[in-house]
Design a protein around this ligand. Sequence first.
Ligand code: SF4
Length: 475
Amino acid sequence: MAHISGDDRSQLLLLPDAVDDYVGPDNPVRFIDAFVDGLDLAEAGFERVQPKSTGRPGYAPADLLKLYIYGYLNRIRSSRRLEAETHRNLEVIWLLRRLQPDFKTIADFRRDNRGAFREVFRDFVRLCRELDLYGRELVAVDGTRIKAVNNPDRNFTRPRLEQQLKQADERLERYLKQMDAADTADAGGSRAVTDLQRKIEAVRRRRATLNARREQLARSGRRQLSLTDPDARLSMTHKGAVVGYNVQVAVDSKHNLIAEQQVHTNVTDIGLLAQTAVAARDNLAAERIDAVADRGYYKTGDVEACEAAGVTPYVPKPIRSPSINKGLFAKSEFQYDGTNDTYACPGGHRLAPAYFHDLPGGKRIQYANRGACRSCPLRSRCTTDSYRCISRYTNEIVMDRMAERLVARPAILDRRRELAEHPFGTIKHWMGHGTFLTRRLDNVRGEFSLTALAYNMRRAINLVGVTALISGATA
Ligand code: SF4
């Protein structure tokens, strides 16, 4: 039996008359077209929404935005590849009505409108909200590190530079000793001596470069120096060191849609809970919302800010007590009594406020009972000093409240893991091992807004279909 064969290339065919016939009614490009046409691009902050009255006419931002949304939705992120698609891809030809901007125009558009993509992301959240795709009750806040266009070898911290300088010094000293030995042996002019001279010159050049980088780092006032992308930061993850950006998302619990996304240069997540969760609550237009996050977000000021802004946080307490590391009683073994503002210690004594400190994070009180500790048989298990102090911020009541909430609702922590893993796993897969294409924080923020928009769009299409989305966008 013969194989299935295609048509003869020279045969005349009766193909459909219009490009429109090649794009089905449930093709996502039809939604991209309707969605972008319904946006107020000037309000969102796009440049050149009104064409200039003089000079060569430019492309409409709506067309280039459609191209980018299509690209991110289909894992085509580079401007050169997008240009190629405008020539050969029927969906893109339909979407852009045969416009064929060159890659530079495409790349410039992403750079010039990087801040406006965030508004487009929010517009899509609004549409999904209207279609009742968000539960608006619980969000999981989580962060991941996404690699920057900066090789780890081109990232320097002061300790790393000091270590490399030390190694260079040791090497230089070794070569100089070898040189002395060669001189004593009267081997001047030999090949070994020439090699040594070359190595000494190379080490000296390296030292000069490292010293220049050390000065550059000191001048910048930063803790790290990244040579390719100056905003990229080295941070430690469970998979090792990553030079990149800290990407934060708040994921809604109903359908795993992203309610808020942000990109930061912070090397840890601490201090990022309130700004992510409160922005998610705003995007979802919810009066109150619950937010769950992992231990890395545990910070009194942040939890207090969440509560004040209508977000009820659930963050477990980290196990990072120096007392536990020393094998001593943990702070959790001291019971706070709010009625008389004292702590009950494991020895059955009361620790009262003894020392007061005004710190940037709030007022800190240290509770102690020096008399009881002096004669306490448990002292060797409690402190290495003559008495034990327990510190408490005056606003720590918010952490006590949060601990009570977590005891009443322990399953919420498992929910957090399920929610956050879905978008990060999908996005990193789409991004080809999770690497940004652009450099500098503002550009990367624009790039991630498009990525999160594409993630939400793909998910919404799977949930309700293109026709329902078009109806929602054009209503
Ligand atoms: S050492 Fe002091 S704080 Fe510790 S158990 Fe004894 S009395 Fe209590």
